[in-house]
Write a protein that binds this ligand. Structure first.
Ligand SMILES: [Zn+2]
Length: 139
């Protein structure tokens, strides 16, 4: 992510409107770009801190700490989302493997039935032919 993109996401971040990949990319940029970090901190101080102080009677007046706490919570959220992504990927792979196994087992069973069935038919045909021949001999 470049600085101009990051600048556009500062207010959406403060308003909790970022999620997923965009949030992760934004946080990665903020961590490595001091100019954008400062931009975010200034905006956070102006907007979010004023809102907190107006609406939350228990708000701490330590705005710097509020900002750091917010960053910490975002990191936590990103880590949780990453874990959920990994888990859902594992579930999908497991489900796909189970389906593949079921199809394979079913196909194997059908093939086996088919072989047994045709084997049985050959035996019956053979027995019928012998009966008819036997019958002919008895008559
Ligand atoms: Zn930047």
């Amino acid at each position: 992510m470049i600085c101009t993109e990051s600048e556009k996401l500062v207010i959406p971040y403060i308003n909790n409107e970022l999620s997923g990949r965009k949030l992760e990319e934004f946080m990665n940029h903020i961590k490595t770009c001091s100019a954008c970090y400062e931009e975010l901190e200034i905006n956070f101080t102006l907007f979010a801190a004023v809102w907190e102080l107006d609406n939350n009677p228990n708000a701490s007046y330590d705005i710097k700490n509020m900002f750091l706490e917010r960053l910490r919570l975002t990191e936590k959220r990103i880590k949780r989302l990453r874990k959920i992504n990994v888990l859902s990927r594992i579930v999908k792979i497991t489900a796909a493997a189970a389906i593949a196994f079921t199809l394979f087992a079913q196909a194997a069973a059908w093939t086996e039935d088919g072989i047994l069935e045709s084997g049985r038919n050959i035996l019956f045909e053979f027995a019928d032919m012998n009966n008819i021949e036997g019958g002919d001999k008895n008559e």
